[in-house]
Write a protein that binds this ligand. Sequence first.
Ligand code: PRX
Length: 641
Amino acid sequence: MSREKRVFKPSAEFASQANLGSMAAYKRLYTESVNSPEKFWEKQAKELLVWRRQFKKVLKWKAPHAEWFGGGALNVCENCVDRHLKTERANKAALIFEGEPGDVRTVTYKQLYFHTSRLAHVFENMGIGQGDRVAIYMPMVPEAVFAMLACARVGAIHTVVFGGFSAESLKDRINDCGAKLVITADGSWRRGKIVPLKQTVDAAIEKTPTVQTVLVLRRCGNDIKMRDGRDVWWHDAWLGAPNHHKPKAFPSEHPLFILYTSGSTGKPKGVLHTSAGYLLGAKLSSQYVFDLKEDDLYFCSADIGWITGHSYVVYGLLSNGATVFLYEGAPNQPGPDRFWQMIDRHGITIFYTAPTAIRAFMRWGDNYVLSHHLKSLRLLGSVGEPINPEAWMWYYRMIGKKKCPIVDTWWQTETGSIMITPLPGATPCKPGSATLPFFGISPKVVDDKGKEVPKGSGGKLIIDKPWPSMLRTLWGDDERFKNTYFSEYPGVYFTGDGARQDKDGYFWIVGRIDDVLNISGHRLGTAEVESALVAHPKVAEAAAIGRPDELKGQSLVVFVTLKAGNEPNDDLKEELRNHVGKEIGAIAKPDVVRFAAALPKTRSGKIMRRILKEIAAGKEVKGDTTTLEDFAVVAALQADD
Ligand code: PRX
């Protein structure tokens, strides 16, 4: 990437219709936004959001705690739904859904209002209101969006758990936040098979004392058990509910959702986002980064279980009155051209996906793409991991036909919205670079002391000014919040990523520099995988590391030592892979399990991951090994390679 020199300027045609059409305009607005951030955000908040009570103070910043738009009150659901009813958008499609089996549904904004209103009544009848936690474990169907919005409507805090997570992971998340209600479906379609979601919920909530009710959507019609007094069918609850619901106003800082994400230590952490600031960040960035126009049809392939699904399927897009395309299933069902079929069938104009998906499309072959027109596309996006220039070029040529700008957007669960990104009508793109900061965002590359490094040098990526959509804390663990993000550089947000800025000020993200892996764009903590492994009765010790992988970005390699009397064989490798899958979810199944007699450690007993990484990548072990307790361990691992 460091040798990448190509530059792709937005076409005059694109720039002339863009929401922001020149670098001069970007520079002017950006400079204003970081020179007087409070003035900038005040103006945006007043213009973009519907307030029930005007805010008094833009920002109260007592690092690391931020209060944005203090004194103000609003309803996030009203901002995404009701506000459009008084406009020409009332009968516009909010959602166009295609299920994996091919069923298609359209939900207009007016219908979205009825659905969220009725569901809000259902919640209130169940005793769910302001501040209660609701876990959502759903397929990518319109009802998942209704569920999130209805939570916002009644002031409940949702926590969406990706449908690929195991019962164990779901249980941990429900218990961590103390959810009273779980919303799920009988099943979800994936590669022609039914994923039995309700069955997983049943297993998870055997040990979740706070759960009172389970609301179940019928999606696949598979047989499930409904427990009397606890489980309620969505269609039954829905029947009696009134169509109209008056949304209450909640303070700007009222919690909107908790989203669990992996950290470098311990269990996943519950990132807390609040109402006004989060919504403003998601809305403003959607409008500029995706250059939204009234007749766009926008498709983001991320599941709502991830932050991308929260900000750029639901909140950022619906608050802008956009039409969002939702797809339930796998990208290669029934064939590897499913996405291209859907783009042509529905006339999708904006497509946002992850580099790992792009690399899979490349591998499946150009013919699957070339048999479709893709004429409707006008803008492409990438998110989740650094995009390698080859994948960028393929995306540009094969999918975008050299006419669609690509927005490579860098951000995180914690940042809530896009932080570093091209603006498609303005920014010349360099393949592999997320380019320049978004309005109001102040990223810097610094050394260990927090001093900015010269352009061209590598360092750690920080954001040195607060922004409205930043996380507010970790649910129930403010200490961990401070330690994780604001202790490396006191008072300044540390991203956990390494980066470099080139002479034009463009940011090149190197990737995580902590013990967090990025596997197919999914975040996974090494500690999580290790604790899953050592929970297995035959395992003594485990170390998980990432190895560069052409398709997945990183693949997961685990080194395991066994308790005495256990034989290291292929069956046990498979057993351990499945064990991790069961403990965390299929995305965490190790790609490679390696048995070792011992793991390389420092004299103080810390596992030396750097050495394991080199061994896993088939490299010679270099660098300082003097702190190693016993070099023979390394020699044995290498000999075993
Ligand atoms: O390492 C960065 C990488 O993904 C991490 C954030 O992961 P998560 O919270 O799961 O959110 C993913 C979707 C926003 C970051 O710390 N990352 C995300 N986008 C990019 C990226 N790395 C390089 N380029 C990107 N565009």
